[in-house]
Design a protein around this ligand. Structure first.
Ligand code: SF4
Length: 346
């Protein structure tokens, strides 16, 4: 896979970006170039709306600059059945995250400062997408993509012009603005989004962003309006639509009740819900007074009762203690995808 490991300085990134776009007149290069640069020049890609000029070297709360950073990419089997399928999901774990979740299992690369990861151009990212498709992955799975939306839009456009045809999955905490979602309308096929907490105060305490509570709910509604409920391809994998994840947190049953009630009453009872009970107390949760344990059987049973009582029948459940530790972010090493070179068949 040529060029994937290349390290490009900012000026080279901008140059390669412009050249690639200029090659594709059908994509209206000047429009794309201007739009991507504008998004980075006063960054408001997530609800923090820092307004910093990342092209000039400034960084906001997520720590992301102008150059795209990736921690690892490759085939991944840790997602919901229609995302992982039998050949795996072509997952790109981006460095950085606008949230600071106390219990983040990806904190190695999402919360470290300076950020860790390797630098790639949007053209390299397009190569990665095509590589994942060639491996047989069912989709391209973008994990915590918010700080890198302009790079992703550009890369998807380039890759599609070169034959990328598998769905693009936007795998997010839900901390994304409605404006960013509008820009993604022609890029994303499937939204895999989280909803958590029962109040802005909880969101501030556990994820460092009180805006998360309202923003994630508004985002879920915008996602559903944009792509609709989940629809499948002939092989049973996701083609288009929304999956909402809810991670049950120990001691926060009210957050589960609030979230599931919101989904049923404000979003749609037809939405596919992934109810996750496999919380592991890692990172700051290890010694946390509330979060320093797994979800109890009683808490999980209560969440299931609420789910059923609200008529949410589509989706998947994962019981407490069933997390596959190999798939926990804290145990994942950086990767440039070279261990995933053999196409896999079902
Ligand atoms: S993506 Fe980063 S720089 Fe941009 S608004 Fe969010 S936290 Fe701020």
């Amino acid at each position: 896979m040529g060029g994937v490991a290349a390290k490009a300085p900012v000026c080279q990134w901008i140059k390669s970006h412009c050249v690639c776009l200029m090659l594709s007149r059908a994509e209206s290069s000047s429009h794309w170039d201007r739009e991507c640069r504008e998004l980075l020049a006063a960054c408001r890609l997530c609800p923090h709306r820092c307004g910093v000029n990342r092209l000039a070297g400034a960084t906001g709360r997520c720590g992301a600059g102008a150059e795209l950073l990736i921690y690892r990419f490759g085939r991944h089997f840790g997602e919901e059945p229609p995302i992982s399928g039998c050949r795996g999901s072509g997952t790109v774990f981006f460095s950085s995250c606008p949230l600071r979740c106390v219990y983040c299992q990806n904190h190695n690369w999402s919360q470290s400062r300076p950020l860790v990861g390797r630098t790639y151009s949007p053209g390299d990212l397009a190569d990665i997408f095509l590589h994942l498709q060639n491996l047989g992955c069912h989709n391209v799975n973008l994990v915590t993509p918010e700080p890198w939306i302009p790079h992703i839009m550009s890369a998807v456009s380039m890759a599609r012009a070169r034959g990328l045809s598998i769905p693009i999955v936007y795998n997010t905490s839900g901390f994304v603005t409605e404006e960013s979602l509008k820009k993604l309308a022609n890029t994303v096929d499937v939204y895999l989004t989280d909803l958590r907490y029962s109040s802005p105060e909880e969101a501030r305490e556990f994820s460092g962003a009180q805006e998360y509570f309202d923003a994630s709910r508004r985002a879920a509604m915008a996602m559903l309006a944009q792509v609709g409920p989940l629809r499948y391809q002939g092989d049973g994998t996701a083609a288009r639509g929304v999956i909402v994840r809810h991670l049950i947190l120990p001691g926060l049953s009210a957050a589960t009740d609030s979230t599931l009630t919101f989904i049923a009453e404000r979003l749609s009872r037809a939405v596919h819900v992934s109810l996750l009970g496999q919380f592991e107390p890692v990172h700051g949760a290890e010694t946390h007074a509330t979060l320093g344990r797994r979800v109890s059987a009683r808490e999980y049973a209560g969440a299931l009762r609420t789910l059923r009582g609200l008529g949410l029948t589509n989706g998947w459940r994962q019981r407490p203690g069933t997390a596959c530790t190999e798939l926990l972010g804290v145990w994942m090493p950086p990767s440039d995808g070279t261990e995933f070179e053999t196409p896999e068949d079902c």
